[in-house]
Design a protein around this ligand. Structure first.
Ligand SMILES: Cc1ncc(COP(=O)(O)O)c(C=O)c1O
Length: 449
């Protein structure tokens, strides 16, 4: 062994033997020294455990989690069905060669497809939302032989290259050219008509404009349109009545495939199993992630037999290290079964309506609540300086969120240039926990200037 190796071995042993201090000040010093920032500042309180809708901090506080982790934990944190599934996988098999399958994947594929319209019958299991969107984009390109991907302003589809190229909410600047052929049209924001045209009713002018724009800028190679049925990071933007039907027709006229990214809206969150059920439009490709693993990294790209067969013939290849992994699939199966057995979609609808009425009471009381929107348990509260000018008040929203956190409620801020609270608690949250959350929000509004 040369001296360099001896040095490395010594260092490795001393690291392995070093007891990590429980002193949180020291832990924060380590965080500051060694963690690379990837977005907003870290919340300066360690979370030592979580259960149901609650996060428990190192200082002994319990906080209701209105963001379900990173919008994933729809069953609540550490749900027993998920823990059992993880244990089953630990007792059997965790990971395999991507061409080998554990029996649970057959159950999951069948039970997931049973929740979907018959044309969505072929599933590829992956891990993250960005990955399932990449897989969808690659399927669309191979199937159509075209390469242009259309998106909506304010969208979020992930941070890998293809997904990031069709992400317009924020985070685009400074990384050089995106994927060739990406085109965005205005999102249908009814509170702030992108054309400054519609006030009380919407005539879908933004969609007509969008497709005139596509027809004009496209180089004649449109493959697919990739959209969230309800935009989340963009500020909980719910398309108006008739939007999706018209969008589907406009895509069909041009042989453009429709990909729905239901990372957040899928698996019960919006009061139905999938958001597209409320919009009477079936996508050609469905991308699921976040809520499918409900806290473990499981995603799925789902399409028709026709697209699957066609692209198989053309040699579709989308290997990843963890495609079809038994651990995540076992959890996904538990999530789908819990969704069905606990009727979480209708629960989200019921508790969501209860929450919305509570928020309307707050809106009557506080001028800064400009708009309330959303479906089921994916709701948005838009904060403005005043209702006349509708100027987004991001500073006030940051203070409100801070105050809520101090009082025991974690609420996410989204919307890019807009100031929107995203409310998305676990679907298992109780009415009394909802009442407590509304009381906290009320107190935050009344005590924050
Ligand atoms: C709608 C949507 N799609 C895709 C993604 C990306 O998912 P992931 O972060 O798992 O890659 C997100 C993440 O926030 C999302 O909200």
């Amino acid at each position: 062994m040369n001296s360099d190796n001896r040095e490395l071995e010594k260092k490795a042993n001393s690291t392995a033997n070093a007891a990590i201090s429980d002193n949180t000040d020291e832990l924060w010093q380590i965080v500051d020294e060694h963690l690379l920032h990837y977005g907003r500042d870290f919340v300066r309180e360690f979370i030592t455990s979580a259960s149901g809708p609650y996060l428990h901090t190192a200082t002994g506080r319990s906080i209701i989690d209105f963001s379900s982790g990173q919008m994933c934990a729809t069953l609540g944190h550490n749900h027993p069905a998920i823990l059992d599934a993880m244990q089953r996988s630990a007792d059997s098999v965790i990971h395999l060669d991507s061409t080998m399958l554990s029996p649970s994947i057959a159950h999951l594929a069948k039970e997931l497809c049973e929740l979907l319209p018959p044309q969505l019958s072929k599933v590829l299991f992956l891990n993250t939302g960005a990955e399932s969107n990449e897989a969808a984009i690659r399927l669309a390109k191979l199937y159509t032989g075209c390469f242009e991907i259309i998106g909506l302003t304010g969208s979020w589809h992930g941070t890998t290259y293809g997904a990031a190229s069709t992400t317009y909410a924020h985070g685009r600047k400074g990384y050089g050219p995106g994927m060739p052929g990406t085109i965005a049209i205005p999102a249908p924001n009814c509170y702030r008509c992108p054309l400054g045209q519609c006030q009380t009713s919407c005539n879908l002018a933004c969609l007509d404009f969008g497709f005139e724009y596509i027809d004009s800028v496209s180089v004649g190679s449109t493959a697919a349109m990739l959209i969230e049925p309800i935009q989340s990071a963009g500020g909980i933007i719910v398309p108006p009545e008739g939007y999706m039907e018209k969008l589907r027709a406009l895509c069909d006229e041009r042989s453009i495939l429709l990909i729905f990214d239901e990372a957040q809206t899928g698996l019960g969150r919006v009061g139905t199993n999938f958001a597209f059920e409320q919009q009477a439009v079936v996508p050609d490709i469905l991308s699921l992630s976040k809520t499918l693993g409900a806290g473990v990294p499981l995603a799925a790209t789902i399409t028709s037999k026709e697209i699957a067969d066609n692209t198989r013939e053309k040699g579709y290849s989308h290997y990843t290290s963890h495609a079809s992994d038994p651990l995540t699939v076992e959890v996904g199966l538990a999530v789908v079964r819990t969704l069905v057995s606990e009727q979480l979609a209708s629960r989200a609808d019921e508790i969501g309506q209860y929450l919305m009425s509570g928020l309307q009471v707050l809106q009557d009381k506080y001028e800064s609540i400009g708009d309330l929107r959303g479906r089921g348990l994916l709701l948005g509260v838009e904060i403005v300086t005043d209702r006349e000018s509708k100027t987004p008040d991001k500073e006030y929203l940051a203070k409100l969120s801070q105050r809520c956190f101090e009082l025991g409620l974690n609420v996410n801020r989204v919307g890019g240039p807009l100031a929107v609270w995203r409310i998305a608690p676990p679907l298992t949250i109780s009415k009394s926990e909802m009442d407590l959350s509304l009381e906290i929000m009320d107190e935050a509004f009344s005590s924050t200037k």
